[in-house]
Every structure is written in structure tokens, then in C-alpha cells.
Design a protein around this ligand. Structure first.
Ligand code: GRF
Length: 208
């Protein structure tokens, strides 16, 4: 059974999707054993508490540099014997120590079809504002492995939705969350925990 930590900063709807999938028995060979937030006020911590999963807080203010925060995070992950790190709306800068310690074992969810509308500064509603401004007819979500380069690691799963003529960034964001993110993330986590994801350069092969 692989031990999973979910890193959060905010509302935690993706965390909730993972917890719900776990309670339905859909995370095969994995267990969420920790939720770690950089924001003590994150509602995600409340969701963890309700599900009986221990929550931990590491704020940027507690550490002189981003590197010090990252080292503390890696120490906590190792102390808890974590094998998979899931970034589910985790909004703080971390440094190479995390990627080195958890190479091909950190998964992120991004609310666009990477390589569109991603990269530094492209988060939250900005993603959907950019997609609408560009005039794309489909958007979606991507689950990928995390590497040092922002939003550029090997892609695990993607799912599309239609962009509709009257969409606002908020409406599109919600449609992508409901129809893509909350389904893709638990699926990718379960595949990882079953050792079904094989990274070959930029490509991720999914074993049947
Ligand atoms: C999601 O849109 C996710 O794709 C992005 O951050 C947002 C987090 O939302 N990385 P929530 O905290 O899971 O509700």
C-alpha cells in the first residue's frame, strides 16, 4: 500500500475528490495519510479533518527561504514514509530538493490542456481568462508529473471540455473542475499506486 500526501493551499475540492474516491475504494493500493498546507486557513484542512486524515501546516513565514521550507517539507514527507506527493492547488514555491527526493513521484493537476495556458503566473482564474481571450473551442485539465520546470513534466492524463459561447472564466473553471479535474486526479493517483505509470522521457506509458 503506497502512502500518499496531498499538498494544498485553498478550498481543496480536488482533495475532496481524492478523499471521496478513497472512501469508494477507487484508490487501489494507495492511502492518503497526510494533508499538508502552506496556508493555516485553507478549507482543505477542514476537509482532511472531517475525513480523519492528519493535517500539517508549513507556512512560508516560518522559514527564512523557500529552500528552508522545502527541506522541512521533504523531512516531513520522509518522516511519514510518503511514496506519492499530490499537488492539489498547492500555491507556494518549492525548490529542487523536493524534485530530487521525489523524482517521478509528484503529481500535479492543472486546469488547462498543457502546453496551452500554463507556466509561471498561469494559475487560478487567469488560466480560464487566457483560454477565453484566445478563443479556444475546447479546454480541459492535465495531470502530470512535476519536474523543476513549471507545468512542464511528463503528462499522465488529459480530458477535454467544450468552451461555450457565453462562458465566463468562473463558469469554465467550474465545468473543468467538475468534468475533468475531479475525475482525472483520483484516476492518475490510483494508476500510480498500482505501478501502472511508466515514464519514458516525456512520455508516460499506462500499463493495462
Ligand atoms: C484547481 O483548479 C487545480 O487545477 C489548480 O488549483 C485549483 C485548486 O482547487 N492546480 P481546489 O483547492 O482543489 O478546489
Amino acid at each position: 500500500m503506497k502512502k500518499i500526501a496531498v499538498l494544498v493551499s485553498g478550498g481543496g475540492t480536488n482533495l475532496q475528490a481524492l478523499l471521496d474516491a478513497q472512501s469508494r475504494g477507487e484508490i487501489l493500493n494507495g492511502e492518503i495519510v497526510a494533508v499538508i498546507s502552506n496556508n493555516p486557513e485553507a478549507y482543505a484542512l477542514e476537509r482532511a479533518k472531517k475525513a480523519g486524515v492528519p493535517g500539517y501546516v508549513l507556512t512560508r513565514e516560518q522559514y527564512p527561504t523557500a529552500r528552508d521550507l522545502t527541506v522541512a517539507l521533504v523531512n516531513k514527507l520522509q518522516e511519514l514514509d510518503i511514496q506519492l506527493v499530490v499537488m492539489a492547488g498547492f500555491m507556494t514555491i518549492v525548490t529542487e530538493e523536493l524534485f530530487q527526493s521525489y523524482a517521478n513521484a509528484i503529481i500535479n493537476i492543472h486546469p488547462s490542456l498543457i502546453p496551452s495556458f500554463c507556466g509561471p503566473g498561469c494559475f487560478g482564474l487567469h488560466v480560464h481568462e487566457k483560454a477565453l481571450a484566445y478563443g479556444v473551442k475546447v479546454s480541459g485539465a492535465t495531470v502530470h508529473f512535476v519536474t523543476q520546470e513549471c507545468d512542464a513534466g511528463p503528462i499522465i492524463l488529459q480530458k477535454t471540455v467544450e468552451v461555450l459561447p457565453d462562458d465566463t472564466p468562473e463558469v469554465l473553471q467550474r465545468r473543468i473542475m467538475e468534468t475533468c479535474e475531479w475525475k482525472l486526479l483520483p484516476k492518475a493517483v490510483s494508476l500510480f499506486c498500482q505501478d501502472k505509470l511508466v515514464v519514458e522521457g516525456r512520455n508516460v506509458r499506462i500499463l493495462q
